[in-house]
Design a protein around this ligand. Structure first.
Ligand code: ZN
Length: 72
């Protein structure tokens, strides 16, 4: 969906991207990786059927890996 710009459920290409956001106190669409850090979760929504997918930017994946596996 992110790469094809096409809904896997209904094959519509009426896809919109909603960027994640980091807001204070756990607001916004994100994953908390530490006391003062979080990564944004971007959402792709099919306007035809309502299916959604969530994607995390590649550079943020390392942050999650480090926070979820402290031993490295
Ligand atoms: Zn769809």
């Amino acid at each position: 969906m992110k790469n094809t710009n096409c809904c896997p459920k209904c094959n519509s290409n009426d896809i919109i991207r909603v960027n994640g956001s980091n807001r204070a106190y756990g607001g916004g669409n994100n994953i908390i990786t530490g006391a003062f850090s979080s990564v944004k979760v971007n959402r792709y929504i099919c306007c035809n059927c309502g299916f959604t997918e969530e994607w995390i930017d590649k550079e943020d994946i390392e942050k999650i890996r480090r926070s979820s596996n402290p031993k490295g």
